[in-house]
Design a protein around this ligand. Structure first.
Ligand code: T46
Length: 135
């Protein structure tokens, strides 16, 4: 089974332009407690390099592009995010890295919980241990 799970959102367009609506427990599969966005990422900078213990997220690249790599401790898969109508669903215990940000990249992330640094696993060896423990 692929690690990459994408959600395709309906584009509600008319002759004025496009609009996409994201709603909790409808096209977003959880209660949304937090939204953050990443922009102005410097060229040749990569982000992420962590997993979460108990957090679901959907990432949408609403402008520009970047590449997400997900890793479950056994396999790694990448996806180029370059469309505002595609969301990447990221579950617990998935190591994530974001690379190749375009200069104009704006990445919006919807999260199922509030920010909590203790929920982060920022060490890859610790991530591997926790994945085995939770298997
Ligand atoms: C994720 C990927 C996709 C906060 O204070 N509140 C927040 O809600 C967030 C997300 C971050 N922060 C602070 C923590 C750091 O001091 O902002 C700083 C940058 O966060 P971080 O280095 O974790 O950013 P990324 O881009 O590496 O990762 C972020 C999310 O943190 C993470 O949950 O899955 O985007």
């Amino acid at each position: 089974m692929s690690l990459i799970k994408t959600l395709e959102f309906n584009v509600l367009g008319d002759d004025r332009g496009s609009l996409i609506s994201l709603e909790q427990n409808k096209n977003i599969p959880f209660d949304i407690k937090r939204i953050y966005y990443i922009f102005d990422t410097q060229q040749d900078v990569s982000r992420g390099f962590h997993a979460h213990r108990n957090l679901q997220q959907v990432a949408v690249c609403v402008k520009g592009s970047c590449r997400f790599t997900l890793d479950d401790g056994q396999t790694r898969e990448s996806i180029l995010m370059d469309s505002p109508n595609v969301g990447l669903y990221i579950d617990n215990h998935k190591w994530r890295e974001m690379h190749d940000f375009s200069e104009d990249c704006v990445l919006i992330v919807l999260a199922s919980d509030y920010y909590e640094e203790a929920d982060y696993i920022r060490d890859y060896d610790e991530f591997l241990k926790e994945v085995v423990k939770n298997a």
